[in-house]
Design a protein around this ligand. Structure first.
Ligand SMILES: *[C@@H]1O[C@H](CO)[C@@H](O)[C@H](O)[C@H]1NC(C)=O
Ligand SMILES: *[C@@H]1O[C@H](CO)[C@@H](O)[C@H](O)[C@H]1NC(C)=O
Length: 346
């Protein structure tokens, strides 16, 4: 039944476009005013912003019921006013009229056209189901008070609406009565009976307190009631969220650890290569110096020493950083052992 009310709303909105085409000032026939089949939407020959006046001419509407009346631009200056309290605007929108006393003819489902009973505070429907307006109800086009009590005779008004499903249409019967709140008017016996609680058998929505007679023939929870989930659903969802987060973290960590190890291996390799290269270079220089020294006289050595050997030792001493020592050890080479050896030599 939930989709039904939506469908009916949609239907009502759709059918509003089915107004006449006669423009303002053009002749019309009041006798052609009617309620649309299936939706009971008011229809006249005039366009939606007009009504067919007593003179038989389409004239601009003089009142409205809706906050946002159909057919007008939102900022239009020609939107008519709503009626004051104690008045109503008929379906035609012709003009505001005083509320009608009990027993007067009213328009279909326009409970708001009827005058309230003296005890309207007791009779008014507060369930939000629209059973009456201020204790008054318009049934079979007559204003009544919703004051029929338990097991007493009542008036019932059944109307068949056409409702639509995805690719089907069906009849939806709306049954209204003049029983007091908490009772419904049984269509067969025409007496007021108590509304039924959840799980009791039913044949129509109106019989249920919840206003929802399930297809299985028992009163179900109200169609508008929000769905509630057990606490375990929240726990499962929370576990899922945290499990997902944790899994992602661990997965990324494992993935990046492989990459990190590979990178470290590469850097180490690079350092080893650089170190080996550096070592080779030193060896070459050493070899060159040794050969130069051996070529020279012992008397020439002092000149050679002051000119070439001194600047060469200087950078070696500065470069002896911890990093290089570490790498040297890692390499298994003996860079640092050379220093004392060099010193010994001279
Ligand atoms: C209900 O009817 C009483 C009596 O006529 C009136 O004073 C009151 O304003 C009405 N309430 C509403 C909400 O129409
Ligand atoms: C109930 O409402 C009707 C009009 O619908 C009225 O004639 C009758 O007097 C009311 N009965 C009581 C007890 O108020």
């Amino acid at each position: 039944m939930r989709s039904l009310s939506t469908t009916l709303l949609f239907l009502a909105a759709l059918s509003s476009t089915y107004a006449g085409f006669t423009e303002q000032g053009q002749p019309c026939t009041q006798a052609n005013n009617r309620l649309q089949i299936g939706t009971y939407q008011f229809w006249s020959e005039c366009v939606t912003t007009n009504f067919c006046s007593d003179k038989g001419i389409c004239e601009p509407r003089k009142c409205r019921r809706d906050d946002f009346p159909f057919g007008y631009a939102q900022d239009s200056d020609s939107i008519p006013d709503k009626c004051d309290r104690g008045q109503f605007c008929p379906d035609e929108g012709s003009e505001c009229q005083a509320l009608l006393p009990v027993g007067s003819p009213c328009q279909m489902n326009r409970d708001d056209q009827c005058e309230a009973p003296p005890n309207f505070k007791e009779l008014a429907d507060t369930s939000g189901r629209g059973l009456n307006v201020n204790g008054s109800v318009c049934l079979q086009n007559v204003c009544m008070w919703a004051n029929a009590t338990l097991n007493n005779p009542c008036v019932v008004d059944n109307n068949a609406f056409i409702a639509y499903e995805v690719d089907d249409e069906f009849i939806h019967i709306v049954s209204r009565g003049n029983c007091v709140a908490g009772l419904y008017c049984d269509a067969a016996q025409k007496v007021c009976l108590n509304e039924k609680a959840l799980g009791e058998s039913c044949t129509a929505d109106k019989e249920c307190q919840s206003w929802n007679c399930l297809e299985s023939g028992v009163c179900g929870t109200p169609a508008a009631e929000p769905q509630h989930f057990g606490i375990w659903v929240y726990i499962v969802v929370a576990l899922g969220i945290f499990g997902g987060m944790l899994g992602t973290l661990i997965g990324l960590f494992a993935f990046h650890r492989k990459r990190r190890d590979a990178d470290r291996e590469k850097r180490l390799q690079y350092w080893k290569e650089q170190n080996a290269f550096h070592q080779n270079l030193k060896n070459v220089r050493e070899a060159a110096r040794v050969s130069v020294l051996s070529m020279n006289d012992r008397s020439n050595r002092s000149t050679l020493y002051s000119r070439e050997d001194a600047p060469m030792i200087q950078p070696t001493a500065q470069k002896a950083s911890g990093l290089r020592n570490f790498m040297a050890r890692d390499d298994g080479s003996d860079i640092d052992e050379r220093k004392p050896h060099e010193g010994n030599r001279f």
